[in-house]
Design a protein around this ligand. Structure first.
Ligand code: GAL
Length: 416
């Protein structure tokens, strides 16, 4: 069932139901999927901050990277007439929920905290529905990273890869040395994460925008997209046979402990390195995925606010203000691997990967290289994103040709 139908059915049902499971006043219930080591540490900071403000934290954590399970749980709760206070919903999906009339207006918090002045437009636009704030941004994750264990490179006699040729050369050497070249978890959202970095690295930001954001049929089926799938097919040959279903953080752990050499993943992976006590630039390297150093795929986490009873509105606004506070944005993102979404947060405590991310975001926002992550729900609506993700997963798990994949991709891009 589509979101629209679900919500319509829900509204009808809720009208008939007594609202039994609502949270108490001075309590917030927050749905998220931050359950890995680094993520749990990050979210614990928000809980602590809310409790210090006298607001109880009701955790609604649903495991499953990329959030698919969490979104299913959210829909079920909305159907049951008991939406949480806030949920980690991102990008165009915020508009989809906004259209259903279930989101809360948090302009009061935004006005008080001068959000318009403190957020880049690319962030604030996403947080608003029809000109009003309905979501609070938590961070900016960069997706087009390659995480590398330098010891593995050294053992294999490989050099740090700066382009596709060097990347495959390093992968060959790591494989020959008896280690796993590419740590990967065979889950559709992880496949899509690798795919978008490959598309960006093979075709550049303009191609990415035309093909993946604007869904231009000629770009979706043209030679650059064929080359993208050819490259993906080659990458497949460096992934170990146990990858199916593996969680992303377990793949990151393989890089951390030297079982594998490299992983394509957004910088929530850095949260795992940090939680394991590893140091950026020494124990691990954060490289832009091959061919993507002039681009930045952004993924902005945000807590989207649902309509709550009058007595809970105060706690909801407290949550929104806490999320946007410089104190929270600093401590959360130090743990999460991401960078603050707002201006006015000191860079002092951030590591070299985060500083690179901050600088690159600024530079690419001027050069046109700043692009929304498709794999993380920032680029296109959820129906199309889901259909495209299915094609990529099928390609990763079968002997589908690149030619067949691009045709399927163009068809999926029309999904409604
Ligand atoms: C992303 C999300 C991150 C992280 C990751 C793994 O979509 O933005 O915050 O949770 O998935 O689940």
């Amino acid at each position: 069932m589509k979101l629209k139908q679900i919500v319509q059915a829900t509204m009808a049902m809720t009208a008939l139901m007594a609202v039994g499971t609502q949270v108490q006043a001075a309590e917030v219930e927050v749905l998220h999927y931050w359950t890995s080591g680094g993520e749990a540490k990050s979210v614990a900071e928000l809980k602590k901050m809310m409790e210090a403000k006298g607001v109880a934290w009701k955790d609604f954590a649903v495991a499953g990277g990329g959030g698919e399970n969490a979104m299913t749980a959210l829909k079920a709760r909305v159907i049951a007439g008991s939406a949480p206070t806030a949920a980690q919903i991102k990008g165009p999906s915020i508009q989809e929920w906004g259209k259903e009339g279930v989101l809360a207006n948090i302009d009061a918090a935004a006005l008080e905290g001068k959000w318009d002045a403190n957020l880049p437009k690319v962030v604030s636009n996403i947080m608003k529905y029809q000109g009003h704030y309905v979501a609070a941004p938590v961070n900016v994750h960069r997706v087009n990273w390659l995480w590398v264990n330098p010891d593995v490179l050294k053992k294999a006699g490989a050099k740090t890869p700066g382009n596709w040729e060097e990347f495959f050369d390093a992968a060959d050497k790591i494989k020959k040395a008896g280690m796993i070249a590419i740590a990967h978890g065979g889950q559709p959202w992880q496949d899509a994460t690798v795919f978008e970095s490959v598309a960006l690295g093979v075709g550049g930001a303009d191609f990415y925008k035309k093909a993946i954001v604007q869904l231009d049929p000629a770009s979706l089926t043209g030679p650059t997209m064929i080359k993208t799938f050819d490259t993906l097919a080659k990458i497949k040959t460096y992934i170990d046979k146990d990858a199916a279903g593996r969680d992303w953080n377990l793949a990151t752990a393989m890089v951390i402990n030297g079982k594998a050499g490299m992983q394509f993943m957004g910088d929530w992976a850095k949260g795992e390195f940090t939680a394991a006590g590893k140091v950026a630039g020494k124990d691990f390297l954060c490289l832009s995925a091959p061919g993507t150093d002039k681009a930045f795929t952004f993924n902005i986490d945000s807590l989207t606010m649902f309509k709550v009873k009058d007595e809970q509105q105060k706690s909801q606004l407290t949550l929104a203000s806490a999320v946007m506070s410089p104190e929270f944005q600093e401590v959360f993102n130090l743990n999460k691997g991401s960078i603050p979404a707002r201006a006015g947060v000191s860079r002092a405590k951030f590591d070299s990967c985060a500083i690179k991310s901050m600088d690159d975001m600024e530079a690419t926002s001027k050069s046109g290289g700043l692009v929304p992550s498709f794999a993380h729900g920032m680029a296109i609506d959820s129906a199309k994103a889901g259909a495209i993700q299915d094609v990529i997963a099928k390609f990763m798990n079968s002997s589908m040709t690149s030619q067949a994949a691009v045709q399927a991709l163009a068809k999926a891009a029309k999904a409604k």
